[in-house]
Ligand binder design. Structure first.
Ligand SMILES: O=C(O)CCC(=O)C(=O)O
Ligand SMILES: [Fe+2]
Length: 288
């Protein structure tokens, strides 16, 4: 097994694993350790069935089933489809998913630990995915800002921002609003497996605890602008057969656009359940 760095600070292509990702425990353990070390892992030239995609992901942790089920692969509720394709007059997946920096499930009490996206059909150009190394963002934050964030949480709100991020989808129903209440997460998050601290923020972040609304929103915008500097990012140009597993606890990502009137892009995603985000503090850092 070999690794080719995708970026100076994070991300690696993993070379030399079977292209259906079925492997023995020792090999799997090495892949998992590499995932924690690099935060995102790229596999190329895969030929996985949905069953193989699911069974590999399940070795990383319990699977999460995405709602609404209509966006999942028929017969495979564990496989969420991101696509602009129409079949028999119906969309086969969610169109324009994730076009703004985020981490999957950040607007839930228990955000998703990781996601594993597999390219089934890609446009001849564009439709890239950009990943951001949020450990590096944290480490590079000016000391006064880091101090300001210490011990604080942000409010993440699907209710406030759904129409902003998903203008093509219907408004949330009252039942959906009850199902997706606002949540508060620490801005400085300690990774449960690596012990490292990242800046935990994304597009559903709305306010900062203990700060006047305007000040909190300005700081969120400032943090996102800081995180979005090209030096922290890896932009992936997809080929069919590529798959990337990313760690939502220490990276952000966003889909970029493409000419979706003309071209088709279909991606299959498995999603891991997660853990309640742990607040990093100077004290907990010392006890790692
Ligand atoms: O389609 C993509 O490039 C990514 C979409 C996304 O945010 C996701 O699948 O979590
Ligand atoms: Fe996403």
């Amino acid at each position: 097994m070999q690794f080719r760095p995708l970026h100076d600070a994070f991300g690696a292509e993993i070379i030399g694993v079977p292209n259906d990702l079925q492997m023995d425990d020792a090999t799997f353990h090495a892949v998992e350790q590499a995932w924690f070390r690099h935060s995102i892992l790229l596999f190329r030239g895969l030929r996985m069935t949905p069953e193989q995609h699911v069974s590999f992901t399940r070795r990383l942790g319990p699977l999460h089933i995405m709602e609404p089920l209509s966006m999942n692969l028929p017969g495979h509720p564990e496989v969420f489809v991101v696509s602009n394709a129409i079949k028999d007059g119906k969309p086969i997946g969610l169109k324009r998913a994730g076009e703004g920096y985020h981490t999957d499930g950040e607007d839930k009490c228990i955000p998703n630990a990781g996601s594993f996206l597999y390219a089934i059909e890609v446009p001849p150009e564009e439709g890239d995915t950009v990943f951001v190394d949020m450990y590096a963002v944290h480490d590079a934050l000016p000391a006064d800002i880091r101090r300001e964030l210490e011990g604080r949480r942000a409010r993440f709100s699907r209710i406030d921002l759904h129409h902003v991020h998903y203008p093509l989808l219907p408004a949330l129903t009252e039942a959906q609003k009850l199902d997706r209440p606002d949540v508060w997460h620490p801005l400085l998050r300690r990774h449960p497996r690596t012990g490292r601290t990242s800046l935990y923020i994304g597009r559903w972040a709305r306010d900062i605890e203990g700060m006047p609304e305007q000040e909190g929103r300005a700081l969120i915008a400032e943090l996102q602008a800081f995180a979005q500097q090209p030096r922290f990012a890896y932009r992936h140009q997809w080929r069919v057969g590529d798959a990337i597993v990313w760690d939502n606890r220490c990276t952000q990502h966003r889909a970029t656009g493409f000419n979706d009137d003309v071209h088709v892009r279909t991606m299959y995603r498995t999603t891991l359940e997660g853990d309640v985000p742990i607040m990093a503090s100077s004290l907990s850092e010392q006890t790692v």
